[in-house]
Design a protein around this ligand. Structure first.
Ligand SMILES: [Zn+2]
Length: 84
């Protein structure tokens, strides 16, 4: 199901957006060099101290004013200000 968007910042844009897909990859770094020493595969279990990414799948950028936020913010703004 699709939802209309309205930018909560400039309050005029309903058409032009950049959808930012969040594709988190879990890595383990060498603490001194910052080098990636392990890159977890998608279904590989993380170590007990490593929290999995639980954030949004996508973020939205208004392509008119440039503000970036959760998709929910854009949907809510559109619901509260329907097109007449
Ligand atoms: Zn905007």
């Amino acid at each position: 199901m699709t939802h209309p968007y309205l930018c909560p910042n400039c309050k005029t844009n309903r058409m032009r957006f950049n959808i930012i897909e969040q594709n988190a990859s879990a890595v383990k770094l060498d603490p001194s060099s910052g080098e990636v020493v392990h890159h977890y595969e998608k279904d590989e279990p993380l170590d007990p101290f490593h929290l999995p990414y639980k954030g949004s799948k996508i973020m939205v950028q208004c392509a008119v004013c440039g503000v970036v936020g959760e998709e929910e913010m854009f949907i809510k703004r559109a619901e509260n200000n329907p097109l007449k």
